[in-house]
Design a protein around this ligand. Structure first.
Ligand SMILES: NC(=O)c1ccc[n+]([C@@H]2O[C@H](COP(=O)([O-])OP(=O)(O)OC[C@H]3O[C@@H](n4cnc5c(N)ncnc54)[C@H](OP(=O)(O)O)[C@@H]3O)[C@@H](O)[C@H]2O)c1
Length: 231
């Protein structure tokens, strides 16, 4: 399959790129900066996906080079943890731009290529912070709540193009994104999960594998949270 993944320089995106390449898929990754991951099946593009012009150029290049895309994984994201009264509006705006609007513009630009696939798939990233209505994470959580609405509405609007749209909602997992969260806050979060442990990269890939399987043509508009978290 031809798989486009955003945010592949490090963290979850990097793991997904490496694993899908190992499985023989073609992976087209991007992040703002260069990646040191090299593989014969991997191409990396330096794209800031919050710049819509650059997303258009990226899509144009991919269309020319690969013709079609089977899977788009909107993984790139950022978080900010603070009481909302202490969060500058600018921070909230940046999170909305990356977590929600950039993902939206990626789907807009790549939907034509996804349509050419037999089993077009979009996988978005939410978080358990949404069903937890996590205090101290308003800006991040609100941007991911927007991703959830986007997932459900796009699922309806892209169904006639045979493109499914789903999302994965990870629990905390060890990456740079969570590195600065105080331990007591993290322990409290894990305590609210049915299965009280950190997630790992493969827990996420397992959900994505399910969504992108050709057998999952009838699965769309779903949000799967890890760790036994539910709404
Ligand atoms: N880690 C967790 O516990 C957790 C829990 C729930 C949900 N999630 C979600 O999982 C996803 C991945 O998180 P992660 O933990 O792997 O984060 P991470 O380690 O901080 O990695 C973020 C990735 O996104 C890229 N990126 C950031 N801004 C970008 C931009 N403007 N344009 C293009 N690429 C950009 C970064 O590369 P550059 O710096 O080179 O741009 C990097 O490769 C996010 O959507 C996050 O919200 C994570």
């Amino acid at each position: 399959m031809n798989i486009v993944i955003t945010g592949t320089r490090k963290g979850i995106g990097r793991y997904l790129a490496e694993e899908f390449c190992k499985e023989g898929h073609i992976v087209i990754g991007c992040s703002r900066t260069e990646s040191d991951f090299t593989h014969q099946n991997y191409s990396h593009f330096s794209v800031d996906i919050t710049e819509s012009r650059k997303v258009k150029d990226f899509a144009k290049f991919v269309r020319k080079q690969y013709k079609y895309v089977d899977v788009l994984i909107n993984n790139a994201g950022a978080a900010s943890m603070n009481h909302f009264l202490m969060t500058p509006l600018d921070t909230a705006e940046k999170l909305l731009q990356l977590n929600y609007l950039a993902a939206l513009s990626m789907v807009k630009e790549f939907s034509g290529m996804l349509r050419k696939s037999e089993h077009g798939r979009v996988v978005n990233f939410s978080t358990v912070a949404v069903p937890f209505n996590l205090e101290g994470e308003l800006a991040y959580t609100a941007s991911k709540a927007a991703v959830e609405s986007m997932t459900k509405i796009m699922a309806k609007e892209l169904a006639s193009m045979k493109i499914t749209v789903n999302a994965v909602g990870p629990t905390p997992i060890h990456t740079d994104l969570t590195a600065k969260v105080p331990k007591d806050k993290m322990d409290k979060l894990l305590e609210n999960q049915a299965i009280k442990r950190f997630g790992d990269f493969d827990d996420i890939k397992n959900v994505i594998d399910f969504y992108i399987s050709p057998k999952s043509d009838f699965i769309t508009g779903q949000i799967i949270y890890l760790g036994g978290v539910s709404r």
